[in-house]
Ligand binder design. Sequence first.
Ligand code: SF4
Ligand code: SF4
Length: 423
Amino acid sequence: MIHEHKIESPKEKQNRHKAMEAISMLEKLKHDFKEPPKAMDYFYNLYEDVHCKQKPLHADKVKVGTMCIQVPAEITHALDAVQIRLCNGFYTDDEIGSDLLPSKSCPLVKATVGQFASNNFSDKPDIIISPTTCDQKAKSGAIIEDMGFDIYDMEFPRTKESEESREYWRRSVRKFTKELSNNLGKKLTRKKLKESIKKIGYAQTLYHRLNSLRKNAHSPLLGVDMFLVTNAFFFDKIDAWIPAVEALASECEQRVKDGTDAARKISPRIVYTGSPPIFPNLKIPYLIEQSDAIIVADETCSSNRMFNDMVSVDEWFLYDMVDSVADRYLKGCTCPIFTKNDDRKRRIIDLVREYKADGVVYQAFAGCQVYEMEQRSVLEAMEKEGIPIIYLESDYSPSHLGQLTTRIEAFVESLKNRKRKAK
Ligand code: SF4
Ligand code: SF4
């Protein structure tokens, strides 16, 4: 009997590689630590469905893809569309993007461009919004447009303290609202926008309910699991994400009452800052927690920064609400793309104090100039406050972990010694 061997197409091969990357990370998260909360199963299954089985979640909706965190989801939801963040953590896509961008580019940007080049989406975006935040994002938007995708550039200021920049950004959000409304053929109403602000506000409150449990001496949840929960907000149905986080928060509240610790008593508590960890590239958070530390808080745009500031509305009139939405995004942004960024340093110090952290891990993607450039001033600010900090540079490659592991283990050991001495 002759067996027919089906020849795998390049797309099938890429999908297989991506599924392997996703499964490999999920298996580590499920089995390499103490037992995770039962409610985490929702998130493990979600990632498996979307990244391994390519299951679409939004087949019946218009999908608005965003190149960065700075696109106001409240407006998109109010126009009956779904917003999907396109920041990508797959090494398979990073390698594809490497053929199209300079080799020293940020891996997140290369992976995003690589995904477009291979046209490999479980939920393909109908329109892409590209805020002019970092240079690499802005330039990659143009490259993606040349591939035949529909891109809308959204202007974003590089300073945030001045009245001029605030007004500039408000104008940009008003224009985006009008153009998206025209593009989708939907009218933005006061009722819809109010509902959308309330729903996203509730999701933010839920995040804070869960996150604040990590302030306990026994944190009920690992940092790697928290990144999974927040990264899921990039693409999940909000009406599914909300009950899943409610269940997780309730279970974690019970864990706190029972004294269940996701780590050990001696495990140093870490605040994580820098380039955003995006599934499946949870390499550095995983190495930190494998080295017997626990991430109790973060200052990154793939997690904490997405949920921080709530929309604060004075008058529930349509255009006042649009301006209030705009303000939330500019004020809350601590990305190093800004000229001056004292907010970011203050925020990291506050997190260390609030979450009783023992040290800070600052990670920058090789090729991300702004995070690399800002590390010196952040290191100085932490040293002034007596907060131990380590700076790491990494990419998406699964190899060469030895040096990173050694440095992280040495840092964790030094924090443990400090803790022992302080007793
Ligand atoms: S790092 Fe900055 S520019 Fe990049 S996605 Fe995050 S907020 Fe946007
Ligand atoms: S990590 Fe740096 S280069 Fe990459 S998206 Fe963020 S700011 Fe841009």
